[in-house]
Design a protein around this ligand. Sequence first.
Ligand code: ATP
Length: 469
Amino acid sequence: TEKTMEQVVNLCKGRGFVYPGSEIYGGLANSWDYGPLGVELKNNVKRAWWKKFVQESPCNVGLDAAILMNPEVWVASGHVSTFNDPLIDCKACKMRHRADKLIENWCAENARTDVNVEAMTQDELVAFIRDNGVTCPGCGKSDFTDIRKFNLMFKTHQGVTEDSSTEVYLRPETAQGIFVNFPAIQRTTRKKLPFGVCQVGKSFRNEITPGNFIFRIREFEQMELEFFCQPGTDLEWFSYWREFCHQWLLNLGIKDEDLRLRDHEPEELAFYSKATTDFEFLFPFGWGELWGVADRTDYDLKQHQEHSGKDLTYFDQEKNEHYIPYVIEPSLGADRVTLAFLVEAYDEEVVDAEKNDVRTVMRFHPALAPFKCAVLPLSKKLGEKALELRDALARDFMVDYDEAGSIGKRYRRQDEIGTPFCITVDFQTVGDDKTEADHCVTVRERDTMEQVRIPIDQVKAYIAERVKF
Ligand code: ATP
């Protein structure tokens, strides 16, 4: 069945995945807060990334660098001079556009693959729009103002006085924290090439056109790997990480048919990049970039070596030679991929067509599900035993507990938030004057709705085995 953004957004707001930010004050445009279920989901996404990219990796290590960095970092990285959106307004309908995006859309519609928007100067953008009669998507006219540059970085002041010498930026990407720590990591870990450094953290961009729920926001989280390797081995490592990222998504339940790995044409590549692949996901609003995997050559480290005056080379003992490593960068947005998992998981299943019985079920991979299981006593009288089980399970995973309403309704509530297992404690579990206790519980699986009866003391192992990633 087709799903809409509205269905997913309503479920998120209604069940406590994501709320509009600062809601009681009328909100703050395009800011979102993760509620009790959303924080679990997003943490699980980040954990699944860390597990595969750091914990299980023989060559990667982690890092958590500061958000505020020496402003020179952003001069070296090019963000101060080039991290600008070229904005133009339509004179007829006053709609505001990014000139580069207007041209990109026009090229897509006109099957033009020879245009490299990123390499165009401001004047060239304006000339292209004029010469090709690119029109405003709002009103169809082709009459625009000049371009105004807009820096996407959030600026703030460090220190007590608003003195320009203390102007600092909120980082627009996490990657630079890795590059500037390259010598320290090398020195302290004594890692040999190839090795990678992983980081998860907040980034900030004053986006002109945020929107589509948590797809494009101004404060977001990134999960980035900078993988350093010997020049000449970079394209091999590029393919390796491209495939590794692909598998990570598939293993967590993203369907291949909803993914598109778009390799950049030579004309489209950034000037420092040898190869780039955009992983795109089919959102209800269309294809959107999830993950950018790029061979960035030695560009970043070279820039920092030049600007800092510090030696950022690597000493290759085997070759007895110093050189600047090449770097492969897979960069993933935690919020964007969380949205992809939400969209992919959303399902409305017809249970009984005649009775018009439809259940909403979030088919999350169990490792991503906010709650791994829910303990449901069949009657409030069984609360003591059920709570005992809840407490024991809660030492290992997030467990929900619900004793309100019919068991059928409680199952449906858990389906709606994607809980993979419901555990029912009934009178047979504890026994009464008529029945002897069997010390077993019923475990119902979310997707198949099948039930099995298993001994209470095996429940923890049963669930642990099934929520692994
Ligand atoms: P876009 O073209 O969508 O603006 P980008 O090419 O600028 O993205 P990168 O700079 O490559 O993005 O950032 C790497 C990843 O960070 C993206 O693939 C995306 O998942 C995430 N990301 C970037 N900007 C945002 C944002 N404003 N909101 C949420 N996630 C973002």
